[in-house]
Design a protein around this ligand. Structure first.
Ligand SMILES: [Fe+2]
Length: 281
C-alpha cells in the first residue's frame, strides 16, 4: 500500500469508527437498560422481610429530550420482577422552556411499577420546575404520584412491616428540611433513607444514622471514559458518581445511574434499575 492509500484508508476507518460511536452513544446505550442486583444488609431487619426485594427507580425525567415510551417499556420489564417494595428517588420530569409535560407524566404514571408491600417516592430538584423554585410544580407532581399509589415522603417517615423509610425532600428545592426528616429516626429500628442528591451525605445532619441511603441525581455522569471519572457530575463531592459507597459512621450510600436522561447521550453508563435483596445486617 502506498502512503496515499494508507492515509485514505486510515481516514475512512476513523470516520466510520466516529460515526459508529456517535450512533451508539445516541441511539443504543441510552435505551439499553440494565437491572443491577445488590445485596442490602439492614440492621434490625425483621425476619419477615429477609429475602424481600426492593426496587429502586430514579430520575425518569419525562420531557422532550428523549422518547418517554422508553420509561414505560422499562416499567413493563420491571413489573416482571414482582418487587416487594419500589422506591422512586426523584426527578420525575425535566422542564423545557418553563413547561412541564404533565400529560406525558400522567401517561407514564398510569403504567408505574408498584411494590407488593409498598411504593414510596421522594422529589428531586427537577420536580421543582424552573430554577428549582416552583412550589406549585412540586406540589402537583407530588399529588399526581399520590394518585398513582406512590406514598410521597417530604421530610417524613413511613414504616412498612417493620422497615422505616426516611424520605428527604430535595436539597436544591424549596423544602429541604433534614432535621424534620430525621425526627423519625430510631436506631433500634430497621431504617432506609431516600435522598435524591448524594451531597446531602456530607452534611452534618445524620446524627447516629448507620444504615443505607439511596440516591440518584448524578445519572453516573451519563458519559464515562474508560478508567477515568465522568467529566460532568452535578455534585460538590466528585467522588459521588454511581454505585455503592461505604461512608463514615457505618452508613452505606447507593447512587443509581438513572433510568431517564437529561440529554439523550450515554457512554459506559447504561440506564439502571436496581434490585436490592433485603438481608439481616
Ligand atoms: Fe436527574
Amino acid at each position: 500500500m502506498n502512503r496515499r492509500k494508507f492515509i485514505k484508508r486510515t481516514f475512512w476507518g476513523l470516520a466510520g469508527l466516529g460515526l459508529f460511536s456517535g450512533l451508539y452513544t445516541w441511539q443504543i446505550e441510552p435505551f439499553w437498560l440494565e437491572f443491577v442486583n445488590v445485596k442490602m444488609p439492614i440492621k434490625n431487619l425483621p425476619n419477615n422481610l429477609v429475602g424481600k426485594t426492593l426496587m429502586q427507580i430514579s430520575d425518569i425525567h419525562i420531557g422532550n429530550r428523549f422518547d418517554y415510551k422508553f420509561i414505560i417499556n422499562s416499567f413493563e420489564q420491571a413489573k416482571a420482577f414482582n418487587p416487594d417494595f419500589v422506591v422512586y428517588t426523584g426527578d420525575y420530569v425535566s422542564t423545557y422552556k418553563d413547561v412541564v409535560l404533565f400529560d406525558k407524566l400522567e401517561e407514564t404514571l398510569n403504567n408505574i411499577v408498584k411494590g407488593k408491600l409498598a411504593t414510596i417516592g421522594i422529589l428531586g430538584n427537577h420536580d421543582y420546575g424552573r430554577n428549582w423554585s416552583q412550589q406549585a410544580v412540586a406540589d402537583k407532581i407530588s399529588e399526581m404520584l399520590s394518585k398513582s399509589g406512590v406514598k410521597v415522603l417530604r421530610n417524613e417517615n413511613a414504616e412498612v412491616n417493620g422497615l422505616n423509610f426516611i424520605g428527604f425532600d430535595d436539597f436544591w428545592g424549596l423544602n429541604f428540611n433534614p432535621e424534620k426528616a430525621m425526627k423519625g429516626f430510631d436506631m433500634s429500628k430497621a431504617n432506609l433513607a431516600l435522598c435524591h442528591n448524594p451531597d446531602v451525605c456530607d452534611l452534618d445532619i445524620w446524627g447516629e444514622y448507620n444504615s443505607w441511603i439511596l440516591s440518584g441525581h448524578t445519572h453516573g455522569g451519563q458519559v464515562k471514559p474508560p478508567f477515568l471519572p465522568p467529566p460532568i457530575l452535578p455534585v460538590k463531592n466528585k467522588q459521588y458518581s454511581a454505585g455503592q459507597y461505604d461512608l463514615s459512621n457505618d452508613r452505606t450510600l447507593y447512587i443509581n445511574r438513572a433510568l431517564g436522561h437529561l440529554w439523550q447521550v450515554r457512554y459506559n453508563v447504561r440506564p439502571e434499575i436496581t434490585l436490592f435483596e433485603l438481608q439481616q445486617g
